[in-house]
Ligand binder design. Structure first.
Ligand SMILES: Cc1cc2nc3c(=O)[nH]c(=O)nc-3n(C[C@H](O)[C@H](O)[C@H](O)COP(=O)(O)O)c2cc1C
Length: 240
């Protein structure tokens, strides 16, 4: 039997003469996800210029897993969100973001486990890209449940905030068919690298997390894990 990974690679290869466009009709999901009837928080405007040299930031970037437990400011959080998914351009009516995306389809959604952020209650939030605001979808302390969902990784209990990225698969699949599953992981890699670099430039610690029990994280976010599922996580916190 061919291992699933190899089969995936073979079946999603671009090959001359092979059609990868979807064979069934896919209903296009909304381009921007929005939670209505939930508390909304508008963040301070990010600073979009100046700062440390990109070369120094790239050289200094490291995965940092030990945090002081100090509170992050809303301004810092705003800066990180802008670096990862801020709107930075417009081409023929389409809004473009700080990280590239295959076909400018932007299948990735950002959720936050807000643990220690100035004047924000603990809980799970969704980042509304278009309005640049946070939507609180679940209040409460998720440090233990998220730590357990991430195979006991302690940084979920000590971080100021964790970015939890999900993919709305059909946003990308509608154009690329099953090859979309390659592109969504490339997209999220770009986003996470922007987070790493922004956190480094701001003197904050950041660590990517690929090890998690998908179903447990999806349950915490209230997602079905099929049309939309967690694909990557990263913690950010203050350094000593
Ligand atoms: C896809 C991916 C998944 C990762 N998952 C984890 C993880 O679950 N836990 C962790 O502590 N570090 C994780 N890391 C961080 C790596 O361990 C780290 O990038 C690597 O050791 C190199 O160190 P550096 O980032 O400091 O250069 C992950 C990194 C990537 C790119």
């Amino acid at each position: 039997m061919i291992p699933v990974g190899e089969k995936f690679f073979m079946d999603t290869k671009y090959t001359r003469g092979k059609d990868l466009t979807p064979s069934r009709v896919i209903k296009i999901p909304e381009a921007y996800k929005e939670y209505t009837n939930v508390p909304t928080v508008f963040l301070p405007a990010p600073v979009v210029g100046g700062g440390e040299s990109i070369w120094d930031v790239i050289r200094k970037r490291r995965s940092k897993r030990r945090y002081t437990g100090d509170i992050m400011t809303q301004k810092e959080l705003s800066q990180l969100l802008w670096a990862t998914q801020g709107i930075t351009g417009r081409v023929s009516g389409f809004l473009l973001r700080s990280a590239p995306s295959a076909g400018a389809l932007y299948p990735i959604e950002t959720y936050l486990w807000i643990h220690r952020v100035e004047d924000l209650s603990m809980g799970i939030y969704h980042f509304n890209v278009k309005r640049f605001c946070l939507e609180m979808i679940r209040g409460g302390n998720y440090s233990t449940s998220l730590k357990e969902a991430c195979l006991g990784q302690h940084m979920l209990s000590t971080c100021a905030v964790a970015f939890i990225w999900t993919a709305v698969i059909d946003r990308c699949r509608v154009k690329y068919g099953e090859r979309a599953f390659r592109y969504i992981f490339m997209d999220v890699g770009h986003i996470c690298q922007n987070l790493y670099l922004a956190a480094t430039a701001m003197g904050l610690g950041c660590c990517a997390i690929g090890a998690f029990f998908d179903d447990e994280v999806n349950q915490i976010l209230g997602l079905d894990g099929i049309t939309e599922s967690v694909i990557y996580i990263a913690t950010v916190g203050k350094l000593t």
